[in-house]
Design a protein. Structure first.
Length: 324
């Protein structure tokens, strides 16, 4: 009785196993078309079919003896064939993974090129606009100043004399403002003297009249890099300084720049109010303090960025960009 029960359990187990194997084989075969007849998937599907046949053979031996083939021999040869098919299939799958990795690398390079092209186009537009302002509006303002200065104020009453003086002063202010706008759009200090001098001048101008202490530690000083790298870092630091002024209320801002092992390292830190990254993530793009734009600029140079900030604990950004 016990032996009969064991046989029934064995038959049931083999039947269930056979049904599972057949189901797996059917599913695998059904996916061949979706894989566009991929060789590795065809081999794996064949392995599933052989496993199903193996279970079918095991199940059949419970009901009748096969005098043509030894059960052990059939199982052994099927096992060898299944292992061979699976092994070859895995080799092909590895090639697929290698191809996928290559595709990911090409996509990354393509994204970098697109970002780089967009940023370069933006810089060209800035330069063109700055040149148009300087060459177009600049002479007009200078002409207004010269015309107003040529007026003989001794023949005017007090009210008209003040109007002329105010016109001259306003013209002077407009010319200075135009130069500042033009310089920010296309910084001549950056082109002529390099990154360190340009950033020191920009920070001094921006923070003038405030109580914010600015400390810059630059180990590169007179060293020059590709203009694309210099202008990108200039835009990033400009954005960070403006963010600190508008949002952080800091007492001190520290900027460090150095080159190490073929990479340009930059660290920016303020002791302001900081922010909660989780809260910022839910804000619309216009309220993210330009961090997405900064990230895009760094990505265009194949760089890396790391930000640490908490409410009440200031803001710290470090980045590295390959320069070789």
């Amino acid at each position: 009785m016990l032996s009969f029960t064991k046989k029934m359990l064995l038959k049931a187990a083999l039947l269930l196993s056979m049904m599972i194997q057949i189901g797996a084989a059917v599913i695998a075969i059904g996916l061949i078309r979706r894989t566009r007849y991929n060789v590795s998937w065809i081999l794996i599907s064949a392995g599933f079919v052989l496993m199903a046949l193996r279970r079918l053979f095991d199940f059949s031996t419970l009901f009748w003896e096969n005098h043509l083939f030894s059960g052990a021999d059939v199982n052994s040869w099927m096992g060898i064939l299944i292992s061979l098919l699976m092994f070859i299939g895995v080799i092909f799958i590895r090639q697929i993974f290698n191809l996928q990795q290559r595709i990911d690398e090409l996509r990354k390079v393509s994204e970098m090129r697109v970002l780089s092209a967009v940023i370069e186009g933006e810089e060209r537009a800035r330069q063109n606009f700055a040149r148009d302002l300087h060459d177009g509006l600049g002479p007009l303002l200078s002409s207004i100043k010269m015309t107003a200065s040529a007026i003989d104020t001794t023949k005017l009453d007090e009210a008209n004399r003040r109007i002329v003086e105010r016109t001259c002063q306003t013209s002077d202010d407009a010319i200075v403002s135009l130069k500042e706008i033009s310089n920010h759009l296309s910084p001549h200090l950056l082109k002529n003297y390099g990154l360190t001098k340009a950033l020191e001048t920009f920070a001094a101008s921006l923070l003038e009249g405030t109580s914010i202490e600015f400390v810059m530690d630059s180990a590169i000083r007179e060293k020059r890099y590709a203009y694309k790298i210099e202008i990108t870092l200039y835009r990033i630091v400009s954005e960070l300084l403006n963010n600190s002024m508008k949002h952080a209320a800091p007492g001190k801002i520290t900027l460090k720049i150095q080159e190490e092992r073929g990479k340009l390292l930059l660290s920016y830190q303020d002791d302001g109010i900081g922010y909660d990254p989780k809260e910022l993530a839910t804000e619309p793009d216009s309220d993210k303090m330009g961090l997405d734009n900064i990230g895009s600029r760094i990505k265009s140079l194949n760089g890396e960025m790391d930000i640490h900030s908490r409410s009440g604990e200031g803001f710290n950004l470090t980045l590295q960009i390959p320069v070789i």
